[in-house]
Design a protein around this ligand. Sequence first.
Ligand code: 9MG
Length: 274
Amino acid sequence: MACLIVGVLNCTPDSFSDGGRFASVTEAVFAGARMAEEGANWIDVGGESTRPGAARVDEAEELRRVIPVIEALAAEGACVSVDTMKPSVMREAIAAGASMINDVNALQTPGAVGVAAASNAAVCLMHMQGEPATMQTAPAYADVVTEIRAFLQRRASACIDAGIDRRGIVVDPGIGFGKTPAHNLALLRRLDALAALGFPLLVGISRKATLGLITGREVGERAAASVAAALAAAVRGARILRVHDVRETVDALAVWTAIEPWPGSGISRQKSDQ
Ligand code: 9MG
């Protein structure tokens, strides 16, 4: 398959039963293992919501939510990424077995680049305008594609200068992070401009508000819209898709690839196919 899949595993109190900490950890590990079975290449474990308007969580609480889950999934052989903005959580997560840092703040927190550079972990550098609590208040850009491309290039260069292996750098336009639906759609149409930076491009649009606006559907009803958006992103240059609906996305990509082989995949149409 030409695209890798990152399965979303939110370890926030609203994500699982309130049957206590052990119940939540058990449920989270089960959900992560199921996504791995369904074809997720990474499980992205996060303990602090980055939804618009979300409040920050303190370090101790974030560690308490994510570390047991990362340890258990890594022990089962899953590839785990940690979704965090905090250098201390990055460090502990790597020690617990995480092999990628997914930072919606693109390692701009003081100390974050150093933690990443001191590890062998890959990094996902995401663009966000503002911060989760306020980012959707009035997002504004002169040219959203050009500005985000320049930001991602700057952050990737800073990471390389600090000693992070460029082969471990992934970039991400941050769909929905300080962007209007029009900004999000403009970015999705011009993913080629971001892919041209030369780093694998991750796109996360799964279940996001722009899809709700287009379809009129609530968040739990957006699987079909998410799969359609994931395919569109893959066709335009995304190489990693961050999704909630792993099985559906894997199936859709398999069908798409069988019909329309990716350029450079080595698969070409045969006469006998006609
Ligand atoms: C944590 N998180 C939520 N949405 C995301 C997205 O689009 N990309 C990345 N890298 N992380 C995200």
